[in-house]
Design a protein around this ligand. Structure first.
Ligand code: WTA
Length: 668
């Protein structure tokens, strides 16, 4: 395999090595999986050479690359300038006029896609609804007209607080159609979190539902809205989707059933042209610390990023059934359940409920039932599948799958191998996609059919993405020396600002490394230029002068056959600076005990070196996670550091508070 010549050579002196803030990398993953000839023959980018050539060209002349790519979208008026960059503020496709809903819907209605499934929905109780492009278009137009009837105009913010039902996508596209930026809040978030977000973005209308099905019960979605609105007086109308038919309180003059409202409006809603830079949505980041940030994305650049990455990274074809397990409340749900899939004329399968309802084989059942071809999920889910046991896969035919995706965290090499062998039957490339709410679309990922895969590495950047790993002075680190992951030039789908707080935008993303975008991740590049994300910079451990990324130690633990999941944090230690504390959960049926602790220490020492050997190992029943599945190491740090296990930090984004209570009791 050739190295990637486009990476600027790292400084040859030991300057980088001496930099106190570099991260020592010790993971010894050596496996490489070349693309299969069969996959490559049919892929859009069928060879590594072709990827390299296109990547080089895209960096050499980005305006030419993006300008050509943007022609794949449907425009009312072509742009005059591809990019205007006044750091740290970018404008893309300046002078162009576009409508995101036209790109996701109208443009597919003139040909064979018209009667093809745009959305296949499976509810948790097992009900299935299919919406063709034509039908989806009609629903979107109806809801857009209802929004207009309720006084929503271009620029007005609309809050969407819905479970994973087709109406969530319909609502987003209806907003896009009339130029009203949407802000989707995950329906598992509390009334308090919803209120805060409604007030921050000044929403006028809320679209919600009576409830949604999760683990066999009807969630009280509308009730949370009622509670939130007690503290959000500016909301004029609430449009309620009927999903569960449970009892809800409807406040006269404010709350309306959406299915009644749609009967009173026309199904014709002409799409208006909007400026390329017209705001498309505000999405609040899960906010593991501090006040949530309203990440603002605009129309043309965002859509182009989603469109291209869906096409290239998922190799999406009209005949594919594509299943992304993310909730629309996260950026993955925006970019890869809705916009990217629909702009490509794809079929997006949406599942309402829990992965283990009624039993832990639900996803495999869905893949078998709908003959899913592309499956996109998160490492946290994969580790749960492993924990639940392979027997849940056995009865199901997964042979329709041809590509697997991963997102949200570094995927531990062992989890990668399991996914590759057990789910993908060794025939499906694993597209490990590194990106963020802020980046809008995939930034680093393997091109399926072209890029040789290394378990645990997100591999190489997307076209036009100038990603690098640098030290504190902005110099690239040497191969395998960790540093900060930055992007050195703007890209179309980047966030434009933090809603209402440009100063925070500048400070958070553009002040750490001069001239670069930096959003908190540590990484290293190997000798082939591959990127390995080692975890959040804030979580890096400092053990006896060595800086270790959390993900490598965790991956070493997870590679032990008894371990399902691991989270590693530092505890202040007089001697070493920090001691390594590991919280681990065991696979079903495995017994905890001192013998296992010793075995785990020895295992880590063997896998990555004695320096990373955990000083303390705690067996836990579960790990504290955000609702999008990220481990909240901040809370674990507190548990590890406090003799009583007391937590003072913010726990509002925690999925399950009981986990913390149980952790306190976890013996060490
Ligand atoms: C992490 C999710 C390693 C990373 C799309 C990033 C990953 C944060 C990966 C963004 C990956 C996401 N490998 N780490 N493939 N994907 N991350 O905003 O720390 O919810 O900064 O966006 O998730 O999370 P967000």
């Amino acid at each position: 395999m050739s190295t990637v010549p486009v990476a600027k050579p790292a400084p040859s002196s030991s300057v980088a090595a001496k930099n106190a803030h570099n991260i020592d990398s010790m993971l010894k993953e050596k496996r490489v999986f070349k693309p299969s000839a069969k996959f490559a023959a049919a892929a859009r980018i069928g060879s590594f050479k072709k990827y390299e050539k296109m990547y080089k060209a895209s960096l050499k002349d980005p305006d030419q690359f993006w300008g050509k790519a943007a022609k794949e979208l449907t425009w009312f008026r072509t742009w005059k300038k591809v990019c205007v960059w006044k750091p740290p503020f970018a404008e893309w496709f300046v002078g162009g006029k576009i409508n995101a809903s036209v790109n996701c819907l109208d443009r597919h209605l003139d040909g064979p896609l018209r009667n093809k499934a745009a959305i296949i929905f499976e509810g948790e109780p097992g009900d299935v609804t299919t919406l063709t492009y034509q039908q989806l278009h009609r629903e979107v137009c109806l809801v857009a007209n209802v929004l207009k009837k309720h006084g929503v105009k271009a620029g007005d913010r609309v809050m969407i607080y819905l479970p994973m039902i087709p109406e969530a996508v319909i609502a987003m596209l209806a907003c896009a159609r009339i130029g009203a930026p949407h802000s989707v809040v995950f329906s598992g978030f509390s009334a308090e979190a919803l209120k805060e977000r409604i007030n921050d973005c000044g929403a006028k209308v809320v679209i919600t539902s009576d409830g949604g099905f999760r683990r066999g019960v009807a969630l009280k979605v509308k009730r949370n809205v009622d509670e939130a609105l007690l503290g959000a007086p500016k909301v004029k109308s609430v449009l309620v989707v009927q999903r569960t038919k449970q009892d809800v309180t409807m406040t006269p003059g404010r709350d309306y059933w959406l299915h009644e409202e749609t009967q009173q409006v026309s199904s014709v809603c002409k799409a208006e042209p909007f400026d390329s830079e017209h705001p498309l949505f505000i999405l609040y980041t899960s906010g593991s610390t501090g006040k949530p940030k309203g990440i603002l994305h605009t129309t043309a650049g965002y859509l182009l990023g989603c469109h291209l990455t869906t096409k290239y990274y998922f190799d999406l074809r009209p005949e594919d059934v594509y299943f992304c397990t993310a909730d629309v409340g996260w950026i993955t749900g925006h970019s890869y359940v809705a916009y990217g899939v629909l702009s490509n004329g794809g079929t997006s399968l949406i599942y309402e409920g829990a992965p283990n309802h009624p039993e832990p084989d639900r996803f495999w059942r869905i893949i078998d039932r709908h003959k899913v071809n592309i499956f996109y999920t998160a490492p946290t889910a994969i580790r749960s599948f492993i924990k639940w046991g392979d027997e849940w896969l056995a009865p199901h035919d997964l042979s329709s799958l041809r590509l697997l995706g991963s997102v949200g965290e570094p995927i531990n090499p062992e989890a990668w191998m399991w996914y590759y062998e057990k789910v993908g039957g060794k025939r499906c490339p694993i597209v490990d996609t590194w990106w963020q709410t802020e980046t809008g679309c995939h930034m680093i990922a393997p091109m399926p059919g072209a890029t040789p895969l290394k378990p645990g590495s997100a591999t190489l950047p997307f076209f036009g993405v100038d990603a690098a790993v640098v030290d504190d002075n902005g110099n690239e680190t040497e191969p395998n020396v960790g540093g900060k992951l930055v992007i050195r030039r703007p890209w179309p789908s980047m966030l434009r600002t933090i809603y209402g707080d440009a100063a925070r935008y500048r400070k958070t993303y553009w002040s750490e490394i001069k001239g670069c975008y930096f959003a908190g991740d540590g990484a290293r590049r190997d000798k082939d230029g591959y990127f390995w994300i080692v975890g959040r910079i804030d979580d890096v451990l400092n053990v006896a002068g060595h800086r270790l990324g959390t993900s490598e130690v965790e991956s070493a633990l997870v590679s032990h056959p008894d371990i399902a999941e691991a989270a590693v944090v530092g505890r202040p230690d007089e001697l070493k600076g920090q001691a390594v504390v590991a919280f681990v959960t065991l696979k079903n049926g495995v017994q905890a005990g001192p013998g296992l602790k010793e075995a785990l220490r020895a295992h880590v020492a063997k896998e990555i070196g004695p320096i990373a050997k955990p000083d303390e190992i705690r067996f836990a029943e579960g790990l504290p996670k955000t609702r999008s599945g990220k481990i909240m190491r901040r809370l674990l740090k507190e548990v590890a550091a406090s003799p009583t296990g007391e937590i003072k930090g913010d726990t509002t984004t925690l999925e399950d508070l009981n986990v913390i209570a149980k952790l306190k009791q976890a013996e060490d």
